[in-house]
Write a protein that binds this ligand. Structure first.
Ligand code: PLP
Length: 380
């Protein structure tokens, strides 16, 4: 007989691990605990384990327990956004040494590495983490942290987590992996040897484009302790309501992500060799340069793909202007399909090609989404 607390199936864990039945009331669905402060006993102790919501809160604690289970971690620390989570990891690293970071990542993460981390006195060395030779060379100088994002936003580059973990461990460097695009449903970086997993919970974990949050998960370590301390000290904590929304979202995470991933593969396959496109970037395509690694380390290729339209920024914008089912908006991982011209939101200096559109595939009918894109592309 499988008990809720020891299931190893991600479907079961997603339903139960962040949503315990309330022992006080018997409520099956968690209540939202808005109180910022918690009663002390006469002897000064905290009988329920909570003290002040910046430090800890029942909704957040349950969520952290659930996310840790999903990622195979000892602990998770929830943040107010994915950006707050990455910064806490970089702050922790900066106090100890250099950061070696992928040059293909979410543009807000790259901005932190370029503009904020140097202010903390740490050196950031950017490398192409799809090249093990480049990473090996970078690691010949000591570094506190190796940071990777795979699949990467928005180029869908794939880095080999197990190989990078081996290189980093041999030099005493901590490996952190942004798992936002893959989610714990499709990829388990800690199992592959990474030390820390980072999420923008705003995306697939939330799944409904209605909350901001972030997370760091890992084994029990001084890094995790420092990251939790930084969350309390900087106040980068998510609200009880956002945590409650996440408690409500996690049970459907596996269903949503598997369907989004299956539809994205259908779309990418159908658009391959489309005359209006220069290329389709999706790790599930056999022609993608990271396909073999993605097959080995992922359980599906995710709901994100990018297309490069033949022509310039205006040609790409034109395609985005003509779609009907896809909504023109930034962000990703929600139930609705989104399309976005990335270079214009990332701004000057971006490496994202001007003709690139990033697609976040939602839960709509796959054939209708394909029809929508083909109609928009037929006018290129
Ligand atoms: C959106 C995103 C982030 C930043 O998360 P926010 O919740 O917007 O702060 C970090 N990494 C990746 C891969 C993202 O897509």
């Amino acid at each position: 007989m499988t008990r809720k607390s020891d299931s190893t199936s991600i479907d079961t864990v997603a339903v139960h691990a962040a949503r315990p039945v309330d022992p006080g009331t018997g409520a099956v669905t968690p209540a939202i605990t808005l109180s910022t402060t918690f009663v002390r006993d006469a002897d000064g102790s905290y009988p329920h384990g909570f003290n002040y919501t910046r430090d800890d809160n029942p909704n957040r604690a349950a969520l952290e327990h659930g996310l840790a289970r999903l990622e195979g971690a000892d602990a998770a620390v929830m943040f107010a956004s994915g950006s707050a989570a990455t910064l806490a990891v970089f702050q922790t690293a900066a106090a100890q040494g250099d950061i070696i970071a992928t040059d293909a990542a979410y543009h807000g993460t790259l901005r932190q590495l370029r503009e904020l981390v140097p202010q903390l006195g740490a050196r950031v060395r950017f490398v192409d983490t799809t090249s093990l030779d480049a990473v090996r060379a970078a690691l010949s100088e000591p570094a506190a942290l190796l940071f990777v994002e795979t699949p990467s936003n928005p180029l869908l580059d794939i880095s080999d987590i197990a190989a990078l973990a081996g290189l980093a461990a041999a030099r005493g460097t901590v490996l952190a992996c942004d798992n936002t695009f893959a989610t714990p449903v499709l990829q388990s970086p800690l199992e592959l040897g990474a030390d820390l997993v980072i999420h923008s919970g705003t995306k697939y974990l939330g799944g409904h484009s209605d909350l901001l949050s972030g997370a760091v998960a890992g084994r029990a370590s001084t890094w995790m302790e420092q990251i939790r301390m930084l969350r309390s000290a900087t106040g980068a904590a998510p609200s009880p309501f956002d945590c409650w929304l996440l408690q409500r979202s996690l049970p459907t995470l596996p269903l949503r992500v598997r369907k989004q991933s299956a539809t994205a593969l259908q779309i990418a396959t159908r658009l391959t060799d489309h005359p209006a496109l220069e290329t389709v970037l999706y790790p599930g395509l056999p022609g993608h340069r990271g396909h073999a690694i993605a097959r080995a380390q992922m359980r599906g290729f995710g709901g994100m793909l990018s297309i490069q339209v033949r022509g310039d920024a205006a040609a790409a914008m034109g395609v985005a202007a003509r779609v009907e089912l896809f909504t023109r908006a930034t962000s990703l991982g929600g139930v609705e399909s989104l399309i976005e011209h990335r270079a214009s939101i990332e701004g000057p200096g971006t490496k994202t090609p001007q003709n690139l559109l990033r697609l976040s595939v939602g839960l709509e009918d796959a054939a209708e989404l394909i029809d929508d894109l083909e109609a928009a592309l037929s006018a290129v």
